[in-house]
Design a protein around this ligand. Structure first.
Ligand SMILES: Nc1nc2c(ncn2[C@@H]2O[C@H](COP(=O)(O)OP(=O)(O)O)[C@@H](O)[C@H]2O)c(=O)[nH]1
Ligand SMILES: [Mg+2]
Length: 398
């Protein structure tokens, strides 16, 4: 399953975000535990389902369909809080960085209200600028990657005589970094022709910076957006980091809404711009006040709690993934067992029908002879990448 890591200093709301995002309406059969363990859980990418386009009622197996929205599971990791100096092993630094190795995309949760200092200690509202946190976290990761290279530098230099990319790849592949990314960094930074013997610290740093930006793209979840000091800081974050995706979030609000929905007190679907109270008599005065606070300070101000948007942005924007719906029967839109639109797959936007066949099953890949675009009922070219929300039938050799 695709992973996304939640990172940031302590007390910004990572665990609250995690709890909210992994509290689902229903559990999905193939994944028996909605929460895998204390810091790994199932969250969802939300896309418009194709069921309404086709006017059918679906029965999903690997995902959920709620009110015409398909929720595709992804694994969310609540990484230990990061404090300055983590790369040198401070705090839970090493654990933090180890978790980070595997995640191809990150959500950096910052306290946009400015009520926690650089190490996450509570301070008064607005006192700390979250822009510093973004700079600090990027630097931590850079320093950590740089330390890995520095530690192995002689070996890398020696191996580079034969093949520079392989020399780096050997040390960086464990962090989920591809050869193509290393090659791109060398070329774009004009380091391809510079012998490794004469690289200085700045060369190494700009190299890892480039790689980190590509291999560990980050959504900034500007959390605690309900608090009055958040608005200005969110504007500043967007201005200072035009290349990052900054999404205002209120994780605590999302958690409260999902809990209320689960308790059947309100109707609310993750990502919605409002909720509906089911029976006012069932709510205590305190609950009513809390819901009203959320409506005024989160939903009306920001359009949603942002939690679902942040997860969506990580996969659909940063990783440029798409969701496709394979079926076996192009008329009934079913699998062999008669399930309508059973599966939704989150895949890179470069995925072809043949790639998808292999993702589903290696045998299916081996027997692939073509594909049918179910919407048009035409053959879909084998070399063409699939498109978002495509319903596709894989044709196989018998
Ligand atoms: N006002 C407000 N407080 C929040 C929000 N999200 C989390 N918090 C609070 O921030 C504190 C730290 O949250 P926690 O999830 O434990 O942070 P972590 O250390 O990053 O995992 C808790 O008191 C939360 O209730 C939010 O959206 N708004
Ligand atoms: Mg936590």
């Amino acid at each position: 399953m695709h992973q996304v890591g939640l990172v940031g200093k302590p007390n910004v709301g990572k665990t609250t975000f995690f709890a909210a995002a992994t509290l689902a309406e229903a559990k999905i059969a193939p994944y028996p535990f909605t929460t895998i363990d204390s810091n790994r859980g199932i969250a969802y990418v939300k896309v418009r389902c194709v069921c309404r386009d086709f006017g059918v009622v679906d029965n999903p197996r690997n995902s959920l369909c709620i009110n015409g929205f398909r929720f595709v599971p992804v694994e969310l990791i609540d990484v230990a809080g990061l404090v300055p100096g983590a790369w040198e092993g401070r705090g839970l630094g090493n654990r933090f960085l180890d978790e980070l190795r595997r995640a191809p995309v990150l959500i950096h949760v910052v306290d946009a209200s400015g009520s926690t200092d650089i190490e996450g200690r509570p301070i008064s509202l607005g006192e700390h600028n979250p822009v510093e946190d973004v700079i600090f976290l990027e630097k931590e990761i850079d320093m950590w990657m740089k330390s890995i290279l520095k530690r192995n530098w002689r070996e890398i230099v020696r191996k580079s005589y034969k093949n520079v990319i392989e020399a780096f790849y050997e040390k960086l592949s464990g962090l989920g970094i591809a050869r193509s990314c290393i090659e791109e960094a060398l070329n774009n930074l004009d380091l391809a022709k510079k012998k490794l013997d004469v690289w200085n610290d700045d060369d190494i740093l700009s190299f890892v910076r480039y790689i980190r930006g590509k291999a560990k793209p980050m959504v900034i979840a500007a959390n605690k957006a309900d608090l009055p000091t958040a608005e200005d800081y969110i504007r500043e974050l967007k201005r200072k980091f035009p290349n990052l995706v900054v999404i205002p979030t209120a994780a605590a609000a999302e958690l409260a809404l999902r809990k209320a929905a689960k308790a059947k007190l309100i109707e609310y679907i993750p990502g919605d711009k409002d909720f509906r109270i089911i029976d006012e008599k069932k709510l205590t005065e305190k609950q009513m006040k809390a819901l009203e606070y959320i409506r005024e300070n989160v939903l009306k101000r920001w359009g949603s709690t942002g939690v679902q948007d942040a997860i969506n942005a990580a996969f659909l924007k940063l990783l440029r993934m798409i969701v496709v719906f394979p079926v076996e029967d192009e008329n009934k839109l079913t699998d062999r067992k008669g399930n309508v639109l059973p599966d939704a797959f989150l895949v890179p936007n470069s995925t072809t029908a043949r790639d998808l066949a292999y993702l589903i099953h290696s045998e299916l890949g081996d027997k692939y002879i073509g594909a049918l675009d179910v919407k048009t009922k035409r053959r879909y070219p084998t070399e063409s990448p699939l498109y978002h929300r495509q319903v596709i039938k894989i044709l196989v050799r018998r």
